[in-house]
Write a protein that binds this ligand. Structure first.
Ligand SMILES: [Zn+2]
Length: 192
């Protein structure tokens, strides 16, 4: 994205951190995207710094959701902001998120992923989910989500388990996108 980098409001708990950093987003077929992320044992300054970096990287991309493994850190941390373009920002953090209930009802959304740029596909998932997670103060929460939030939470929690949205598509579609990105990565390596 061209233009001024967009700043986000800092969390009070992390206001002492001097600088956020833009991190590189791992792109398909990077093998690290298939890693299963480790639970966060302690929500400390390191985790808060990671969350700040994730928000900066996510807003810069721009994207609406990011899992820590997408910036190369295999920790169970997810950031989301589903606010509409002209609405105030709504940064949300989910630490050790876990789906504890899914509805029978399904919903289909066209999904995309910052690790699979400019590729979109229709994915069917449970329409409602209950997710438990910790916040930045390590306080436990349980959230019942529907609509876009339910889909995004499932997409990001999949990342923590090494699962990508293309895994929910037909094998034919998945193989095609994988081939395309593998070729592109090879080309980039050759010209680097
Ligand atoms: Zn993704």
């Amino acid at each position: 994205m061209a233009g001024q980098p967009r700043r986000i409001d800092r969390f009070p708990a992390t206001a002492y951190i001097a600088a956020m950093a833009l991190r590189d987003i791992l792109i398909l077929p990077d093998k690290r995207l298939r890693q299963v992320s480790e639970p966060v044992k302690k929500v400390d300054a390191g985790i808060r710094a990671l969350v700040e970096d994730m928000f900066e990287t996510m807003y810069d991309a721009p994207g609406i959701g990011l899992a820590a493994i997408q910036v190369g850190t295999p920790k169970r941390v997810v950031t989301l902001d589903l606010a509409k373009k002209d609405d105030p920002k709504n940064p949300q953090v989910f630490i050790n998120p876990e789906v504890v209930w899914t509805s029978e009802e399904k919903a289909v959304y066209e999904e995309g992923c910052l690790s699979i740029p400019e590729y979109y596909g229709d994915v069917e998932r449970p329409a409602q989910v209950k997710v438990k997670y910790l916040d930045l103060e390590a306080k436990p929460h349980e959230l019942e989500a529907s609509g876009l939030l339910a889909t995004c939470l499932q997409h990001e929690i999949d990342h923590l388990n090494g699962v990508l949205f293309i895994d929910h598509l037909s094998k034919l579609k998945r193989d095609r996108v994988l081939k395309k990105f593998t070729k592109a990565a090879k080309r980039a390596a050759e010209t680097a």
